[in-house]
Design a protein around this ligand. Structure first.
Ligand SMILES: *Cc1c(COP(=O)(O)O)cnc(C)c1O
Length: 365
């Protein structure tokens, strides 16, 4: 089976973990600090604050910006649920705006109509590693005095017009095993704002600057030294991984037939966390998503792993239905029935890629 994702951990990561264990310092040491400095440099920002996951990075950022009860955060319904949950955790309300049908990202043209006096932030997601149109989003945010929080959990190293994602607004990244680089579990926040970085560090560690002196209400959102040691080894490989992902994506796009291949936002560097194709539903008579599901079955029988990101948009999830969401967001809903992600990770061989091409193209013969 060609897996949909494969974390690439080698001798460097093993060695780094062993050295950390032998050092006796498992938390709050020099490795987390070095990882933060390295990641900040990659993003071209002043500060990076490592966390226990992408979810806690998002949660900490919502808290650090003082977003809470009565506030609204505009985001996309076509994402992993944590993007929206981060607002819910603090008592704020996610407001969903439909997506662009080609990029699958939050459609900037629809954002302004959703702004109310309660709106505090726009939270775009660089979905599948494809940067959002940050010119459009920053322009709207500036005009309305809104905070921008970038969910870059799938977009390590991606850039829009030569500038790294996570450097436009406050950036949030994840290092879950399927992400472009991993620390097993882990996350990080990126910012140029000194005060925000200070608040994030307090929120991350029980509101303490000095051990056992607590200034504010904080949590334990810390990354361990073992995670950071793996992260440092992975960070050194990020550029190589990204090149491999982009080359694999290009190979597929040049050869796949009968499906809609992914686009790259003009002027941007897509890092292909996922390679997501669309299989349009051919007729109103066939059940929604039937053609997509048939292709996934066809590929499974040929030993090719696929995944649907995401089968249910956030506003249609049971937990959001229980919160009273009744939105009608047709573009996101149609995408959830038609998208299919194919393997694109750096561990793929040319033989794997040829098998994927042959698998997809043979469906239409
Ligand atoms: C992975 C992911 C998250 C959450 O990250 P975790 O590290 O799994 O908590 C949030 N948003 C998006 C878009 C993600 O892909």
């Amino acid at each position: 089976m060609i897996p949909i994702a494969a974390p690439l951990l080698g001798q460097e990561e093993k060695q780094a973990v062993l050295e950390t264990i032998e050092s006796g310092q498992l938390a709050q040491g020099k490795r987390v600090k070095a990882f933060e400095e390295g990641f900040a440099a990659v993003c071209g920002v002043k500060h990076a604050v490592a966390t226990s996951s992408g979810t806690t990075a998002l949660h900490a950022v919502i808290l650090a910006h003082g977003i809470g009860p009565g506030d609204e955060v505009i985001t996309t319904p076509f994402t992993f649920i944590a993007s929206a949950n981060a607002a819910v955790f603090t008592g704020a309300r996610p407001v969903f705006v439909d997506i662009d049908e080609r990029s699958y990202n939050l459609d900037p043209c629809r954002v302004e109509a959703a702004i109310t006096p309660r709106t505090k932030a726009i939270l775009p997601v660089h979905l599948f590693g494809n940067p959002c149109d940050m010119d459009a989003i920053m322009e709207i945010a500036e005009r309305h005095g809104l905070i921008v929080i970038e969910d870059a959990c799938q977009a390590h190293g991606a850039a829009f017009k030569g500038r790294k994602v996570g450097s436009f607004g406050t950036g949030c990244f994840s290092f879950y095993p399927t992400k472009n680089i991993t620390t097993a579990e882990g996350g990080i926040v990126t910012t140029d704002d000194d005060e925000l970085a200070d608040r994030l560090r307090l929120i991350r560690s029980h509101g303490q600057r000095e051990r056992y002196y607590h200034e504010t209400l904080g949590y334990n959102f810390r990354m361990t030294e073992i995670q950071a040691a793996i992260g440092l080894a992975q960070l050194a490989k990020l550029e190589r991984f990204t090149e491999a992902r982009r080359a694999n994506a290009l190979y597929l796009t040049e050869r796949l037939r009968g499906v809609v291949t992914p686009t790259e936002t003009p002027g941007s560097q897509h890092v292909f966390h996922q390679y997501t194709i669309r299989v349009p539903s051919s007729s109103a008579l066939s059940p929604a998503g039937a053609e997509r599901d048939a292709l996934a079955d066809h590929l499974r029988q040929r030993g090719i792993g696929t995944m649907i990101y995401y089968p249910v948009p956030v506003h249609k999830q049971k937990v959001y239905q229980q919160m009273g969401y009744t939105d009608d967001l047709p573009i996101a809903e149609q995408a959830s029935r038609e998208v299919l992600s194919l393997p694109v990770h750096p561990a793929l061989t040319t033989n794997d890629l040829d098998q994927i091409v042959e698998g997809v193209n043979s469906k239409w013969l």
